[in-house]
Design a protein around this ligand. Structure first.
Ligand code: KG4
Ligand code: ZN
Length: 349
């Protein structure tokens, strides 16, 4: 590799419904282009077949836009990192095939990346200050909710996770119940800011260890709304902001409890959040409070690196390249990938 510690890396992300490409040099993000797929909003969820077809249409122009914005050409690249999983199989295939073919054509390494590891390692990108190791990371997205102890970029331990729905899914499902568009998380966040979090009370079940369960909350809200609407047909529309604020408060209390416990148990006060739900203003505020009140050193990602983006994929490519790890053309995408360790192997020779 030409630039030993600061190679030029193209990242490609296509695990769900965002097509993204980014170019980084070391921690510096030169471009990060994200094309959202608005077409799923009309059915209130991601349609996997539509997603993969949209990726196919968008991937080439998105990659080209990322190169152009960074002011580089494909022949300047040192490696291409791409999401191998977890995610939607068809969507992953598009990014994987494109990245491996492009790397093969350019005769540079391709580096397969674990999407959830990338959410965590987005913290090494500028303008943030990277967390000191070891740190705890609460990774909260539409498909995952995990509490991870990060000893090194390639040494992570999942301390706890959701036993059913992810936190983002809880936001999205409740949003659907009150008639809000998909994805519901950002809309609930916005409405919650105008409502009273104590207006309605929902229980906050605690699981063993550092685990979560969010499916009960959805059922609780469903039953609550049914009863309230039986008495008053306009209940939802008249109380939207208070419902959002009360549900969000419950989700945030549930999210924070195992995190607070883990800080107490491990003594690690270096704490990060990652994933789509880390864009939530309430969660960001809770972390800032913990920073001020309990002396945690918190790391909150810039908005652009919270939801799915290719800069975080490129970041993992950079860190793996530093460890002399790279992928092979045999790497095959997978919707489920449990380990958070590198998916690349030591370079031959
Ligand atoms: O990480 P991400 O972009 O995609 C996955 O890997 O799943 O996360 C998407 C999830 C969705 O459930 C979305 O509703 C949620 O993140 N989300 C939010 C906010 N922004 C995105 N949830 C709550 N508040 C937000 N501001
Ligand atoms: Zn994600």
């Amino acid at each position: 590799m030409e630039h030993a510690s600061h190679p030029l890396i193209l990242g490609i992300e296509s695990s769900c419904d965002d097509t993204s490409a980014a170019v980084i040099r070391g921690p510096q993000v030169l471009s990060n282009v994200v094309a959202n797929q608005a077409l799923h909003a009309e059915v209130g969820g991601v349609v996997p077949e539509w997603a993969s077809r949209a990726h196919l249409r968008k991937i080439q122009p998105v990659v080209q836009a990322a190169l152009d914005k960074a002011g580089v050409t494909a022949s300047d690249l040192d490696a291409i990192a791409y999401t191998l999983g977890p995610g939607l199989q068809g969507s992953l295939h598009v990014g994987t095939s494109f990245a491996k073919a492009m790397a093969w054509g350019l005769d540079i390494p391709s580096i397969p990346v674990h999407h959830m590891r990338a959410h965590i390692l987005a913290h090494v990108l500028e303008p943030g200050l990277p967390p000191a190791y070891p740190f705890l990371c609460l990774t909260v997205s539409g498909g995952h909710t995990q509490l991870v102890k990060v000893r090194r970029p390639n040494d992570m331990e999942v301390l706890g996770q959701t036993l059913d729905d992810a936190a983002g899914e809880a936001f999205d499902k409740v949003a659907k119940l009150i008639g809000l568009p998909y994805p519901g998380g950002p809309v609930v966040d916005k409405l919650a800011a105008q409502g009273d979090p104590k207006a309605f009370s929902f229980s906050r079940p605690r699981m063993d260890g550092y685990n979560w369960s969010f499916s009960g909350l959805k059922t609780q809200v469903l039953n609550f709304l049914k009863q309230a609407q039986d008495k008053d047909a306009n209940f939802v529309q008249d109380n939207q902001v208070d419902i959002c604020a009360s549900v969000q408060a419950a989700i945030l209390d549930m999210l924070m409890a195992p995190l607070i416990q883990a800080v107490e148990d491990t003594g690690i006060t270096e704490v990060a959040i990652a994933g789509g739900v880390s864009a939530n203003s309430g969660l960001r505020a809770r972390l800032a409070e913990a920073n001020a009140e309990h002396g945690w050193t918190v790391h909150i990602p810039p908005m652009a690196y919270c939801t799915d983006n290719a800069a975080m994929i490129a970041a993992v490519g950079w860190l793996d390249a530093l460890d002399a790890l790279e992928g092979t053309l045999e790497a095959s995408p997978s919707p489920r990938l449990p380990a958070l360790t590198s998916l690349a192997q030591p370079k031959e020779g």
